[in-house]
Design a protein around this ligand. Sequence first.
Ligand SMILES: [Zn+2]
Length: 272
Amino acid sequence: MYYIDPHIHMVSRTTDDYETLARMGCVAISEPAFWAGYDRGSADGFRDYFVQLTEVEPLRAAAYGIDHFTWLCINAKEAENVQLSRDVLKMIPEFLDCPNVLGIGEIGLNKNTPNESIIFQEHLELAIKYDQQILIHTPHLEDKYQGTRMILDMLADHSQLDRSRVLVDHVEEHTVREVIDAGYWAGMTLYPVTKCTPARAADIIETVGSERLCVNSAGDWGPSKPTAVPDLIFEMRKRGHREAKIKEVVFGNPRQFFSQSKNFKLADPENR
Ligand SMILES: [Zn+2]
């Protein structure tokens, strides 16, 4: 089955992974800017990273027939440094017209600190000013519920935001409903140790429905599985879900969400 992985960090993965994704049916991926596993020392470090995301990765992906899209920001962890963050924010508009950029992300919170909140809000203002879609990272484990609440409160302060152009990612059982009910898109991350497993994600789909819900692998430099989306396909098949419904979750939904960005163009995989 064709699918899209709407959140995966391919800068951390090998070309073997690209090949495996292609063999599994992946036709497009979107790669949000994230914490690379170490703090960058300067805004120029981010400039180089944005060049990698907008010029290098699209070529690596294209070699395997995969369309590569990306999102730009300074991640929540490094946002603790307000001055560095503002230098990076100033630079982002230079890259917004690159043909594979879908919007601002993954912004959000890490430890739910005041500095992270300040920079989150400044990213929201940037996205509104440049009419960009937004992709949001919610914190890990014990910080998730409170962080998600803080994020939803900050989003609600911006009445001019079109909620259907915002995706709140890494939702779990205790946060998914508030996100969906408020009119946002939600993303479930299939991780081997934390976040969701394919079985839990299938439970959530059976409980809250599949409208405005996406699934991703968030494959990165840590323990993660880039082929986690096909694992959900198999899990849903095992449970007897119809192929059309599975396709909606792994292909139709991310395509619908991304299509709100002027830079998203995806050839019909059946007619390439
Ligand atoms: Zn991520």
